[in-house]
Design a protein around this ligand. Structure first.
Ligand code: B12
Ligand code: SF4
Length: 554
């Protein structure tokens, strides 16, 4: 089939607003774009707020792909409607609009009002099939996971089997992303799916309980390509080449090219392929800052901790959710149940190895009280955490919580923009929604505020006085000079090794000040969030609901 000159544009709307979220993407749209581009289609992807000019450019596309989660769905709908409007206005052919991702998967009906086709579930196989069928004017009746209108009637085809062996799926080609934020983080996955059944979560509903893997060698091969110096960029003139290398190293140091890895796995420590990858990294002398999500099992897994330290792990994200046993049981969270004191021990153990722990909590469970919410911030401080995420329990469409709360009439706000963990959208049990909102805010504020300036001052002074600060600084300058001076005489493996040393020393230096950076950022964001119109409107609605406690038993 001829695929040349068929233009496919993709859009993943940026986050609605989040206190804790870095500017990262999900992998899906870029993977799908990579598959389509390998098939010969002309692919361009976007993920930021779009300028007028770029929006107009989308009118040149034959197909537009929208990748949506719940809190970004509305931005996707608005843009799709705008495209239709613009096409009419300029008398152009409207591109075919296709949406997918976790939100349209569980709420295709609403999405159907804005897009021509919805593809539910994983779409590595179904999307190319759909585009091919449309190109050839063939029937789409058998495309797995397709939701569409047939004779004005909504049809929802059953979702197909997801790709079993992830090695068949390419890694994302980020160069397709036209407006990629310069955060220097390379994202990839070694596994998909989760064996657990947490009630607030949609991951196991979307990707299944059976975990699937990429093989470790394939992942390592990809990393090798990403972190080698891009020699093809360099001029043949040796003087120009040296200058170009200085610029490249500068960019690398300041995150203009990948300097860290984020593994988007849901429980990386449970993935044998991930462990194998770390072993391969270690054998090859790889030490690069990386982070991922893990379960609390990591605290007891000394072998894994050694591998993590050897390969440069800088942070693990752990979905602890609650410090109350009853709330964990209510959420069907069967793991991550260490007693608070044991948890503190575990955190200390990783901190000693230079690994930070980012604990993620959820508030608003039926067993939560005002005291239990404020205890989270206190616990965070006692455990010496630099970062903490506290989200308000949100009934995400597709999760067990969503169906249960909906059935029990507990959800009072279906403004999907607010489904980002920052707004109380349901009636909690032991307090009003307004109180939950307030207690959440208080907890976040008390953890991140500058109240403890003295403590931060101490962090700053002790960081600078610490010998490691000067040691890392020396390491950066010596490795860097080595790279610049003799870089071109080294083989590829040694070049990568030197690159990684510079990156790691730079990251260590940055980590010394992370407490200060993180607090400054969170403080700024919390203030911004308070000033948003959506927040002000939400608070005034909640105030009127004061006293609306959950009265019925569940
Ligand atoms: C990495 C990640 C992040 C990153 C970046 C996310 C981002 N830019 O949105 C960070 C840490 C920043 C983050 C933040 C948040 N996240 Co998050 N995150 C993830 C995580 C762990 C991995 C995402 C990923 O790459 N998945 C793997 C790829 C392959 O899957 P995918 O992108 O969904 O793509 C597949 C399909 O969806 C489909 N598809 C996707 N796009 C398209 C487009 C078309 C046209 C088609 C046909 C198909 C299709 O095909 C793809 C390939 O099979 C997921 C959990 C998970 N396992 O997915 C949660 C997840 C996406 N996050 C979630 C949430 C709630 C959040 C936050 C609100 C959390 C918070 N309290 O702050 C914020 C919101 C961010 C925002 N955009 O506003 C939820 C979303 C649920 C929902 N219904 O909305 C998830 C599913 C986790 C969960 N607990 O349920 N997150
Ligand atoms: S919250 Fe984490 S452990 Fe629980 S089902 Fe979701 S991905 Fe799995």
């Amino acid at each position: 089939m001829v695929t040349k000159n068929i233009k496919i544009y993709g859009y993943e709307p940026p986050g609605s607003f989040s206190l804790f979220v870095p500017d990262l993407n999900r992998l899906g749209l870029t993977i799908l774009g990579t598959i389509l581009s390998q098939k010969g289609y002309e692919v361009k992807l976007y993920c930021q707020r779009l300028s007028r000019k770029t929006k107009d450019e989308f009118l040149n596309a034959d197909y537009i792909l929208f990748s949506l989660i719940t809190c970004t769905a509305k931005i996707g709908y608005q843009f799709a409607d705008e495209i239709k409007h613009l096409a009419k206005k300029f008398d152009k052919k409207t591109p075919i609009l296709i949406a997918g991702g976790i939100d349209p998967t569980f709420r295709p009906e609403e999405a159907q009002e804005h897009f021509d086709f919805i593809l539910r579930g994983e779409a590595e196989e179904s999307l190319p099939q759909l585009i091919q069928a449309l190109q050839k004017n063939e029937s789409v009746d058998n495309i797995p996971g397709l939701s569409y209108l047939k004779d004005k009637r909504a049809v929802h085809n059953p979702i197909g089997k997801p790709v079993e062996n992830l090695d068949e799926i390419p890694f994302p080609d980020w160069s397709l992303m036209q407006d990629m934020p310069k955060h220097g983080v390379l994202e990839l996955q070694t596994s998909r799916g989760c064996p657990n059944h947490c009630k607030f979560c949609t991951v196991w509903k979307m990707f299944g309980n059976k975990v699937r893997y990429y093989s470790a060698t394939k992942v390592f091969d990809y990393l090798n390509r990403q972190f080698s110096a891009p020699s093809f960029l360099y001029s043949a003139n040796p003087l120009v080449k040296i200058w170009q290398k200085i610029i490249y190293n500068y960019k690398q140091l300041f995150h203009k090219t990948p300097t860290k890895i984020f593994f988007c796995d849901d429980d990386a420590n449970l993935s044998p392929s991930f462990r194998q990858l770390l072993e391969i990294m270690k054998q090859n002398g790889w030490k690069i800052p990386w982070s991922t999500q893990m379960t609390e099992h990591v605290f007891k897994d000394d072998k894994l901790i050694d591998l993590m330290t050897a390969t440069g792990c800088e942070m693990v994200y752990i979905g602890r959710e609650s410090l109350i046993k009853e709330s964990l049981a209510e959420a069907n969270k069967k793991h991550n149940r260490l007693a608070p004191e044991e948890l503190k021990e575990g955190i200390k153990k990783l901190n000693k190895k230079g690994i930070l722990v980012y604990l993620m909590f959820v508030v608003g469970f039926d067993h939560d009280t005002k005291e239990s919410i404020s205890y989270i911030a206190q616990f965070g401080r006692e455990a010496g955490l630099s970062l903490i995420q506290i989200s308000i329990l949100t009934p995400l469409p597709g999760s067990d919580d969503f169906y249960e709360m909906k059935k029990n009439n507990r959800i009072f706000d279906y403004d999907w923009r607010k489904y980002n963990g920052l707004y109380a959208v349901f009636d909690p049990k032991n307090m009003s929604a307004y109180e939950l909102q307030k207690e959440h805010f208080k907890a976040v504020w008390s953890f991140y505020s500058w109240r403890n300036r003295w403590e931060l001052f101490k962090v700053l002074v002790s960081s600078i006085l610490h010998y490691r600060f000067w040691w890392d600084l020396t390491k950066i300058s010596s490795f860097w000079s080595l790279k610049v001076l003799i870089g071109q005489f080294l083989n590829k493996k040694t070049k990568i090794w030197l690159n990684l040393r510079v990156i790691k020393a730079g990251a260590n230096l940055q980590d010394r000040f992370i407490k200060i950076f993180a607090r400054r950022l969170a403080y700024k964001k919390i203030r911004e969030w308070k000033e948003l119109k959506i927040t002000k409107d939400h608070l005034s609605v909640l105030k009127k609901r004061t006293g609306t406690y959950l009265t019925h038993n569940i």
